[in-house]
Design a protein around this ligand. Structure first.
Ligand code: G1P
Length: 297
């Protein structure tokens, strides 16, 4: 029997400099799409996939993130006394069971691979998921759940994959495809942020991974790679040279790059339109500004 994936690592140590000045005092992961912080979307997706242990790799200044998942007795009491049951219910979803959540500090910004390596003792010797909260994926069936279902058949290592235009290759881990089976893609190599002309395909890694614990051992051996950082991509690529399988998984859903301002705004509009109580107003407003825009052209 394959071991179940019950642990997920959330690398949240980044400074979020692209969102300064907001991120001077607010962790990027607490910034909201409509009314829910980015991290809540990631946690909900993990829960849907059967994750029971949530490991946050944090850094200085991320205290608001720890508070967010804590119970808030004063606020809860206030809402209870006013009979605001709906709001109480919303709050309940943010609470984590005692012991389900752990925080590890990454003391130096040495890259994504290093962040995951920092969690090695909590992960132990079992397969684990990694979720990058910047990549928000809207999907009928949450992306990680799709992947866990596929992984239960394949084992090995699995990364979420999506086609990108050639000029965007230098922003992603790019996959070298051995066998394209449609949804599943068997990989023979991976390279972090190559130049467009060096990209082995147009399939990019998106921030969802299911990894074998052997990747942690590979991280032990790694020297810094692309951008002078310790790359998770390199540790996964090392799996291939050791004869282990790596699959790309073309997920069904729409991915928003919430690490960029434009992606964040697009996600805000899309999630806003997805909310019944906001849709009509927002839609009317968008139509309005579009027609003014057209008239001005
Ligand atoms: C990270 C990974 C990269 C992956 C990307 C997905 O890069 O290193 O392989 O394609 O996430 O969003 P980052 O965006 O953190 O620079």
């Amino acid at each position: 029997m394959r071991k179940k994936v019950t642990k997920a690592v959330f690398p949240v140590a980044g400074l979020g400099t692209r969102f300064l000045p907001a991120t001077k005092s607010v962790p990027k992961e607490i910034m909201t799409l409509v009314d829910r912080p980015l991290i809540q979307y990631a946690i909900d997706e993990a829960r849907a996939a059967g994750i029971k242990e949530f490991i946050f790799v944090t850094s200085r200044g991320k205290g608001a993130l720890e508070d967010y998942f804590d119970h808030s007795p004063v606020l809860e009491q206030e809402l209870r006394s006013k009979n605001k049951t709906e709001l109480l219910e919303i709050l309940k979803n943010t609470n984590m069971d005692s012991g389900a959540i752990a925080y590890i500090r990454q003391h130096k910004a040495l890259g994504l691979g290093h962040a995951v390596w920092c969690a090695r003792r909590l992960i132990g010797n079992e397969p684990f998921a990694v979720i990058l909260p910047d990549d928000v994926i809207a999907a009928e069936k949450p992306c990680l759940q799709q992947m866990v279902e596929a992984y239960n058949e394949t084992g090995g290592n699995m990364v979420a994959a999506m086609e990108v235009p050639p000029e965007r290759a230098s922003s992603y881990g790019m996959l070298d495809v051995a066998d394209d089976q449609g949804e599943l893609v068997k990989i023979r190599g991976m390279v972090e942020k190559p130049k467009a002309e060096d990209a082995p395909s147009n399939l990019a890694v998106i921030g969802r991974y299911i990894l074998s614990p052997n990747v942690l051992r590979n991280l032990n051996q790694l020297k810094s790679g692309s951008g002078g950082e310790i790359q998770l991509t390199d540790a996964i690529a090392a799996e291939l040279t050791q004869g282990h399988d790596v699959y790309g998984y073309r997920f069904k859903g729409q991915r928003f790059d919430c690490g960029s301002k434009s992606g964040f705004l697009q996600a805000t509009v899309s999630f806003g339109l997805g909310r019944e109580e906001l849709r009509d107003d927002l839609y009317a407003y968008l139509q309005d500004i579009m027609s003014v825009d057209k008239a001005a052209q």
